[in-house]
Design a protein around this ligand. Structure first.
Ligand SMILES: Nc1ccn([C@@H]2O[C@H](COP(=O)(O)O)[C@@H](O)[C@H]2O)c(=O)n1
Length: 597
């Protein structure tokens, strides 16, 4: 018997202290919140308007208490929902809406830097953030008024400001040493940045505290926050340093010493992290009393923590933002149903090969059906970049917004003619080498290798899930068909009763605001997948198709398998010209998922 599960209310008050932060990261355009009913989506159903109302109530509470509350974001606004992935103009408008909520410190992510035009848009409109867009290690080359080309900081180099309570803050905003950025962008590694005269000058004076916002993980012995942290510590051994990371898409927390805390707030507007710290004025050497709480992004949690109700929760700022989002969504025409998806297809809940894995649907159904080249009807194999798929695809109504949420990128296809015997090993070779653009550039220590955030998360989730099933799943049963936990008939629910994130970070105490049972998670998914290989002899010459984003990995794999080929980019020709990866699910849905429309 299925039971509808309502959103649970938090049970623990937030631990307000002298200095408090709300942080977000990797929002990727999920400003409308999560709108599907499959669990754990309802946990994250709050839109950016409700977050704005929440943040504004929190500011009032901070003010009443006489404490600081700063709002921090660590980048990656682009590439995600239809609001940001429909067009460059759409993402610019969505960014305007994002900036309606005044952040205190905001930095850039790698998804703002793949295309020069996106980075230029951020540069030109940085004023929308009222001087708080800080990109300490990113420059952009622009054409100056005198016609010369100049490399200039994309945002502010650093921030120095005073809080409402009169505390002095020095803040930086950085990104990891990302190599796949567009031409015209330069990124300085943090170990070089700390040697710059401007940086040394900026940290000379003692503030009440430092804030480092960074589009990078918080963990790791050779983590890219650490050079900055150490450089500050050289000058100010005891000044509190608050670090806000991102990029990893997971909730995380670690302390570099007892006068600091580093928090990562997950992704996709699923989590708003609340971080708090004492600021002892008498004993400069006392460890800080710190805490962090990962709040699920929904109005039930927001109202509970601000002691508001349906009557007084929504504020004009939130209503205006929600309205602006709905207007943008309507103008973009992204809500018209393209089909009715017969099942949920998950990105990480099943292994590749499982019929309900979206990677399987992509390689076995969507690509073979949609990627057709009118000029070429011979035998072919298509090698797809699994990383181009960004989210689950849910059963039921499937529209352009869902399509872009699953597959937001604009990769095109290229082919080369190769012997089938070679072609059948390319994907495996590509997976052996891994997606080169996303392998850490720095050498890693053994400890750091163990610490690779995603892997820890994978193992942990798999472990949790196994434990959960072994224990009999508490009072719920896992229903294979609906992919949901359902309440066992006749049972009264015990805690936890909803599926959601279960975080194991490195800070003391419990970080998750709501106790959930874990979302099933299968790690170790392949970086690359391929369409079913044609039944041909090894000698037969076939078309081998690659996505352009993964072309470097494709060329490297072919040349490793047969160094005599010397395959280069110039040997590749367009395949299914004009077709980009962000329309293939819609094409498939329009043809195959019409039942019920
Ligand atoms: N044009 C692009 C850009 C990126 N990707 C994939 O995105 C992943 C990286 O995203 P993060 O949010 O982790 O920064 C990576 O898997 C790329 O393959 C892409 O497919 N196309």
């Amino acid at each position: 018997a299925h039971n509808t599960i309502e959103l649970p209310k938090p049970t623990r008050e937030l631990e307000w202290k002298d200095v408090n932060f709300l942080s977000t990261s990797d929002v990727h355009g999920w400003l409308l919140g999560h709108q599907h009913a499959t669990w754990p989506e309802p946990n994250y159903s709050g839109d950016f308007g409700s977050l704005a109302s929440f943040a504004t109530h929190m500011r009032r509470i901070a003010s009443d208490k006489g404490v600081d509350l700063l709002l921090v974001d660590a980048g990656d606004h682009h590439d995600g929902s239809g609001l940001v992935s429909s067009s460059a103009d759409a993402s610019s408008k969505a960014e305007d809406i994002f900036s309606m909520l005044p952040y205190d410190i905001i930095t850039i992510g790698n998804h703002e830097l793949y295309h020069y035009e996106d980075a230029l848009e951020e540069y030109r409109n940085r004023g929308r953030w009222n001087g708080r867009y800080v990109t300490s290690n990113v420059n952009i080359t622009i054409k100056a008024e005198d016609g010369t080309f100049q490399s200039v900081p994309l945002g502010e180099r650093f921030l120095k400001f005073e809080t409402e309570q009169g505390r002095k803050v020095t803040a930086f905003g950085v990104i990891f040493d990302f190599k796949a950025h567009a031409r015209g962008i330069s990124i300085q590694g943090t170990s070089k940045l700390i040697k710059e005269a401007w940086f040394l000058d900026a940290i000379k004076d003692k503030p009440d505290y430092f804030v480092l916002a960074g589009h990078m993980p918080a963990r790791g012995e050779t983590g890219e926050f650490l050079p900055m942290f150490d450089a500050i510590r050289q000058v100010h051994p005891k000044v509190p340093i608050y670090v806000f990371g991102g990029h990893t898409h997971v909730r995380d927390c670690v302390q570099y010493d007892d006068r600091s805390i580093a928090v990562v707030p997950g992704r996709y507007l699923e989590t708003v992290a609340f971080t708090s710290s004492s600021l002892p004025s008498t004993d400069e050497n006392a460890p800080l009393d710190v805490s962090r709480r990962y709040i699920d992004g929904n109005p039930v949690s927001y109202k509970w923590h601000t002691k508001t109700s349906d009557d007084d929760f929504e504020l004009p700022i939130g209503q205006n933002i929600s309205l602006a989002l709905l207007r943008l969504s309507a103008a973009l025409n992204i809500s018209t149903p393209l089909g009715i998806a017969p099942h949920d297809y998950f990105l990480n809940r099943h292994p590749y090969g499982h019929p309900r894995s979206i990677l399987t649907a992509f390689s076995d159904k969507v690509l073979p059906y949609t990627i057709q080249d009118k000029e070429r009807n011979g035998t072919r194999v298509i090698i797809g970049n699994a990383g181009s798929l960004r989210f689950d695809l849910f059963q039921g109504r499937f529209d352009r917004n869902d399509e872009l949420t699953v597959s937001p990128f604009t990769s095109a296809f290229l082919y080369v003619r190769l012997a089938a015997g070679l072609a059948r090993n390319i994907t495996e070779q590509m997976n052996r080498s891994g997606a080169s653009k996303f392998i850490p550039s720095q050498p890693t220590t053994k400890l750091e290798e163990e610490d690779r955030v995603r892997r820890i998360f994978d193992d942990y989730m798999a472990e949790q899930w196994e434990d959960y099933l072994i224990q009999g799943g508490n009072d719920h049963l896992y229903d294979q068909e609906s992919n949901q936990m359902v309440l066992e008939h006749g049972k009264i629910p015990k805690k936890p009763r909803t599926m959601g994130f279960v975080t194991k970070d490195r800070c003391p105490g419990k970080g998750d605001d709501i106790e959930h049972y874990p979302v099933p998670f299968v790690g170790n998914q392949p970086d690359f997948i391929e369409t079913p290989f044609p039944d041909v002899d090894d000698e037969e010459i076939i078309d081998v198709v690659s996505m352009d984003f993964a072309l470097d990995d494709f060329l490297a794999a072919v040349n490793v398998l047969d160094p005599t080929i010397g395959l280069k980019e110039k040997h590749m020709k367009p395949y299914a010209e004009g077709l980009e990866i962000n329309v293939v699910f819609g094409m498939y849905a329009k043809e195959m998922w019409q039942k019920g429309l």
